[in-house]
Design a protein around this ligand. Sequence first.
Ligand SMILES: Nc1ncnc2c1ncn2[C@@H]1O[C@H](COP(=O)(O)OP(=O)(O)O)[C@@H](O)[C@H]1O
Ligand SMILES: [Mg+2]
Length: 316
Amino acid sequence: MDPSSFDVLTTAVLLLDGNHCIRHANTAAEEYFGLSRRQLEGLHADDLVKCAQSVLKVPLQGLSWAWLYEIPMRQTRFDDREQARVGQDAQRESLRNLAHEIKNPLGGLRAAAQLLEADLVDSRLRDYTQIIITETDRLVGLVDRLIKPQSKKLKVQRFNIHEVCEHVYTLLHAEFGQKVMIVRDYDASVPDITADFSCVLQVLLNLGRNAGQALTEGPVTIKPRLVLRTRVGHQLVLAHQQVRMGLIITVQDNGPGVPEALRDKVFHPLLTGRANGTGLGLSLAQELVQQQGGIIEFESEPGHTEFCVMLPLESR
Ligand SMILES: Nc1ncnc2c1ncn2[C@@H]1O[C@H](COP(=O)(O)OP(=O)(O)O)[C@@H](O)[C@H]1O
Ligand SMILES: [Mg+2]
């Protein structure tokens, strides 16, 4: 077998000897680890792949190598990803149009209730006009949240992601710290990113709050734990592009997991699994991240849920 034939693959492949030392690494593995083939050769593979999300270990027999390790690199095909994104965009667009249609008559309703209230002789009836006004305001708030992301212009600046993470940590600690252990697992070597600070903050807060809520509402979780993790990723397939290097911020929890019925459409707007949820948190987060050339992916099973925000650091 010619090991160079692995170079055409987009998954990282390592060929190891019986001591689990690397004897050959393909091009994707060089990109993945940010090390040249020469630098990789001789290293102990098990130490190296520790941070990889999943590794397929295949024993080889009758060949010059004892093991083949394969590290899938966020495998969703670009076309599938693109198709899902276009679908989500179209859906948001029609929701936005609907929101505009709802918003216009709401203004009229509110004004009419105010006029009515001013002319009421029996003050007890004010309770009713107040209900109309406050409920109208609530609806306006909801439709505003549907319309907003598109109207917001990005304010791009350079910053360190840990500034945002610390902010999120403080807020989550204040809200869930009594019940949930919140762990910070930062890679201090992560380079600065160019993005919209407040958008990234909003995104991580939405994910963090979802995790906190999953851990504290509904089925009881033993030793509830939320992890905020930062890593550099290589060869990431993002919303519109594949990038050489990207930032991965993971919000992980050991709660009950995303309800089975929601898993395929958890990023769709207005879908919620919580009694008083709006179903807008994830859809907004995905949209904000995509506007910045990134993507959010998730994996979930009972006891382990991860939402990964991937943002570009360096293009090809
Ligand atoms: N970490 C998580 N663990 C379990 N379920 C989650 C998690 N994050 C999101 N979900 C599910 O996804 C749904 C949609 O989330 P979101 O869009 O933020 O809306 P909301 O929080 O208002 O319900 C939630 O209602 C919940 O059922
Ligand atoms: Mg939410």
